[in-house]
Design a protein around this ligand. Structure first.
Ligand SMILES: *[C@@H]1O[C@H](CO)[C@@H](O)[C@H](O)[C@H]1NC(C)=O
Ligand SMILES: *[C@@H]1O[C@H](CO)[C@@H](O)[C@H](O)[C@H]1NC(C)=O
Ligand SMILES: *[C@@H]1O[C@H](CO)[C@@H](O)[C@H](O)[C@H]1NC(C)=O
Ligand SMILES: *[C@@H]1O[C@H](CO)[C@@H](O)[C@H](O)[C@H]1NC(C)=O
Ligand SMILES: *[C@@H]1O[C@H](CO)[C@@H](O)[C@H](O)[C@H]1NC(C)=O
Length: 618
C-alpha cells in the first residue's frame, strides 16, 4: 500500500501520517459533520462512535517500526526515522477527539479539532425577524421526526419518536418547526423570492375530474355551484383503498410538491390519496389520508393479505408500487368544509422512513426534484372545491400550524407539557411524563409573539403571556425555575436537584426577550403591558445569572453541557462539538443583544477552542 506523510512542524515530536486507508476516515468524517440543527435533546452520539477501521498496515517511507507505549504502558504501533516519531491517525483521533479529512485527490490531509462548524449571527437580531439561523433548519427531515401529523386538520405539526416509539407531540420540536418556516418567510420577503408563492391550479375544469370504473364500483361526480365555495364537485365512490375513486392529474413540475384544497367529507370512510413517482427508480408511492387512528402510528405502510400455505402473509402491495397511510382522524370535521395543505415531498420521505425496525441510517431525506406528483384521488362521500393548488412551499401554513397548535395545547399552567418520560444521567434524574421545559416555554413565546404580529390576533398574545407563569414556579412545584447558589435559572429539564443545561436556558432567554420587546401599545387593557414588563424583568434576572455562572461551563478547551455534576458528584458532562457550536452561536446572539463585552469575549474564546486553542495552564 502506498503511503504518504503529512507534516505541519518539523520540530515537533508528534507527527501524523496517513495512507490510503484514511479514506475510510474521510467517509466517517462526512457522517459526523453535523450542522447546528439541534433542538436540545442530548442526542445519543451513536453516529459519532468509533467505527471499526482497517488497521493502517503501511509505514512511512524511510521509517522503521519502533516499540511505543502510550498512557501507562499500552502498546501502540509507531514508526521512527532520524527526526520524527509517527503514530497512526486513528490513535490521534481517538486520543485527542479530532477529525481529519483527505482532500479530493487524496494527496492532502486536513486535521480538525472540532467536527462542527462555528457560526455566529450575521446580523443584529430583531425580535420579529428571522429566528437565528433557523431558516436553515429542516425539522421535518430529522430522523426522530416520525411524520408531520395530518391528524388535527389545521395543526399539521411534527410528531417525535425520540424518547418513545409511539409518536408524540414534542413542544420544542413543534415550536422549532414554526420558527424555521417563519424565518424562511422573512428571508424570502427580504430577497423578494415571491415566486415561491406562485401556485398552479388544477381541477378547475370539470372534465379534469376522472372517475374510475371498477368492476363493482361506480364513481359518481356531480358538478355544481356552492354558495360559499363556487365550483365544487360532489363525489360518491367506493371507499376501499384499492379503488381509485374520482381523481385529477396534477401538474408535473417537480417543484410544485405542496398541495392545498378545500373539501367536505360526509363520513369517516372518506379518504384521499396522492400518487407520486420517484425520479430515481420510477417507484410509485401512494400516500393515503384516512380517518383511522392507525394505532397512533401517524404514518404506516399498507399491506395486503395473501395466503401462503394457509398462513396469512402480510406483504407490500405490489412490485414497483408502495402504499402508506397517514392518520387524518382527530378534530377534522365531518360534514364541514376544511382546508388540507400537505407537502407531499415531506410526506413521502417520512413514509419511506417509517419501517418498523428502522435504524438511524434508514432515514430518507428527499429534495425538490426527487419526485413528481401524478394524481390526487378521492373516495367515499364528499364534496371538493374545483381548485387544487400546487405550490413550492408551505411556510405560512407550517408557521401558522405551529402557532395554532401552541394556542390549542397550552395547559392551565400556561405550559406545553411533554407527554413522555425524560431521564438523564443514567436515570439519576428522571422527569415523569407531563414535565415542562423552559426551552419549550421560551420557544413557544418566540413563535407566539411573531404570530401575534403577523396575524394580529390577540389569542397569540394571550398565549405568549400565559407561558410566563411557569418561569415563576420552582422546578419542585412543576415549574421551570431553579436556583444555583442564589442565582435564578430557567431549566430546560427541571430536575431535582437541578441540571442547569446551558443551551436551553439561553433559548429561554431569547423567548423572554422577544416578549419584552413586543409592542402592545395598541392593546386596550393594561395587563398586557404589565406582563411585558414582567418578561423584561425575568430576562434581566436571567442575564445576571448568565454573567455570573457562565465561567462554570468553560473547561479551558471546550464547554460543559450542564452542571449536573455539581449536585450528583459525577464526572462533568462535556459538550459535544455540535453543542459547543450551539453554545457559541447563542452566546454571540445574546452578547449582541446586551452589547456585552464579557459575553462577547467568552464566545470568542470558545470559538478558539474549536480551532485547537486552549486556555493557559500554570
Ligand atoms: C424587494 O422589493 C422591494 C419593493 O419592491 C424593494 O424596495 C427592494 O429593494 C427589493 N429587495 C431586493 C433584495 O431586491
Ligand atoms: C352532495 O352530496 C351530499 C352528501 O351525499 C348531499 O347531501 C348533497 O345534497 C349533494 N349535493 C348535491 C348538489 O347533489
Ligand atoms: C364505513 O364502511 C363500513 C364498511 O362498509 C360500514 O360498515 C360503516 O357503516 C361505514 N361508516 C360510515 C360512517 O359510513
Ligand atoms: C422556590 O425556591 C426558592 C429557593 O430556591 C424558595 O425561596 C421559595 O420559597 C420557593 N417557592 C416556593 C413557592 O416553594
Ligand atoms: C464582539 O467581538 C467582535 C470581535 O470578535 C467585535 O467585532 C464586536 O464588535 C464585538 N461586539 C460587542 C457587542 O462587543
Amino acid at each position: 500500500m502506498k503511503c504518504w506523510r503529512w507534516r505541519s512542524n518539523r520540530h515537533r515530536i508528534y507527527l501524523f501520517f496517513a495512507c490510503a486507508s484514511l479514506l475510510l476516515l474521510s467517509k466517517h468524517y462526512l457522517t459526523v459533520t453535523v450542522p447546528i440543527d439541534e433542538e436540545d435533546e442530548e442526542l445519543n452520539p451513536v453516529d459519532l462512535k468509533e467505527k471499526e477501521k482497517e488497521k493502517i498496515e503501511c509505514e512511512p517511507t524511510g521509517a522503521v517500526e519502533t516499540k511505543c507505549t502510550a498512557d501507562n504502558g499500552k502498546p501502540l504501533r509507531c514508526w521512527k526515522d532520524e527526526e520524527e516519531v509517527y503514530f497512526p491517525f486513528s490513535y490521534i483521533k481517538k486520543r485527542f477527539d479530532m477529525t481529519g479529512k483527505l482532500g479530493k485527490d487524496g494527496s492532502t490531509f486536513e486535521l480538525f479539532t472540532s467536527y462542527a462548524k462555528m457560526r455566529t449571527p450575521d446580523k443584529n437580531y430583531y425580535p420579529l425577524g428571522p429566528f437565528g439561523h433557523f431558516s436553515t433548519y429542516s425539522v421535518e427531515t430529522r430522523d426522530r421526526v416520525r411524520c408531520i401529523s395530518a391528524k388535527t386538520g389545521i395543526s399539521d405539526v411534527p410528531m417525535s419518536t425520540q424518547w418513545d416509539p409511539i409518536p408524540y407531540y414534542y413542544p420544542i420540536q413543534i415550536a422549532q418547526y414554526g420558527l424555521q418556516h417563519y424565518s424562511r418567510i422573512k428571508l424570502d420577503s427580504v430577497s423578494n423570492k415571491s415566486d415561491d408563492n406562485a401556485e398552479v391550479l388544477v381541477g378547475v375544469q370539470s372534465k379534469e375530474w376522472k372517475g374510475a370504473a371498477g368492476m363493482h364500483e361506480t364513481t359518481e361526480r356531480l358538478f355544481f355551484n356552492d354558495e360559499e365555495k363556487g365550483k365544487v364537485v360532489n363525489i360518491s365512490a367506493g371507499h376501499a383503498l384499492s379503488n381509485a375513486g374520482a381523481y385529477v392529474y396534477l401538474d408535473k413540475s417537480p417543484d410544485l410538491h405542496v398541495i392545498s384544497f378545500d373539501w367536505k367529507p360526509y363520513d369517516a370512510n372518506s379518504s384521499f390519496t396522492v400518487l407520486a413517482k420517484m425520479k430515481q427508480d420510477d417507484l410509485l408511492v401512494l400516500i393515503n389520508y384516512v380517518f383511522s387512528e392507525g394505532d397512533g402510528k401517524c404514518v404506516w405502510q399498507d399491506e395486503e393479505k395473501s395466503f401462503d400455505d394457509e398462513t396469512i402473509v402480510l406483504k407490500p402491495r405490489k412490485d414497483g408500487q408502495v402504499s402508506y397511510s397517514y392518520s387524518y382522524s382527530g378534530s377534522a370535521p365531518i360534514g364541514e368544509w376544511s382546508t388540507v395543505t400537505r407537502d407531499i415531498l415531506v410526506d413521502v420521505a417520512r413514509a419511506l422512513s417509517s419501517g418498523e425496525n428502522r435504524k438511524k441510517d434508514d432515514n430518507v431525506v428527499l429534495h425538490p426534484g426527487d419526485l413528481r406528483l401524478v394524481s390526487l384521488g378521492f373516495r367515499g362521500q364528499l364534496t371538493v372545491r374545483q381548485q387544487i393548488a400546487q405550490r413550492k412551499e408551505q411556510d405560512s401554513h407550517a408557521f401558522r400550524s405551529s402557532a395554532d397548535w401552541l394556542v390549542e395545547n397550552q395547559d392551565k399552567k400556561g405550559g406545553w407539557a411533554v407527554p413522555v418520560e425524560r431521564s438523564i444521567a443514567d436515570r439519576k434524574l428522571v422527569l415523569p411524563p407531563g414535565w415542562h421545559s423552559a426551552m419549550a416555554q421560551g420557544h413557544g413565546i418566540s413563535v407566539l409573539t411573531r404570530a401575534y404580529n403577523q396575524f394580529n390576533d390577540k389569542k397569540y398574545l394571550s398565549s405568549a403571556i400565559n407561558a410566563l407563569e411557569l418561569f415563576k414556579t420552582n422546578s419542585s412545584e412543576g415549574g421551570v425555575r431553579a436556583e444555583f447558589f442564589g442565582y435564578i435559572w430557567y431549566e430546560e429539564y427541571p430536575t431535582t436537584p437541578g441540571s442547569f443545561v446551558l443551551n436551553g436556558f439561553l433559548y429561554s432567554l431569547i423567548g423572554l426577550y422577544d416578549l419584552s420587546k413586543l409592542d402592545v401599545s395598541g392593546i386596550y387593557d393594561d395587563s398586557a403591558k404589565t406582563k411585558v414588563k414582567e418578561a423584561q424583568e425575568m430576562y434581566s434576572v436571567g442575564i445576571r445569572s448568565l454573567k455570573q455562572l457562565l465561567p462554570l461551563y468553560d473547561t479551558g478547551s471546550g464547554t460543559i453541557y450542564d452542571l449536573r455534576h455539581v449536585a450528583l458528584g459525577t464526572a462533568p458532562n462535556l459538550a459535544r462539538w455540535d453543542y459547543h457550536a450551539v453554545h457559541v452561536y447563542l452566546l454571540k446572539w445574546i452578547a449582541g443583544l446586551e452589547k456585552d463585552e464579557f459575553l462577547n469575549k467568552t464566545a470568542d474564546r470558545w470559538i478558539g477552542y474549536a480551532y485547537g486553542k486552549r486556555a493557559k495552564h500554570n
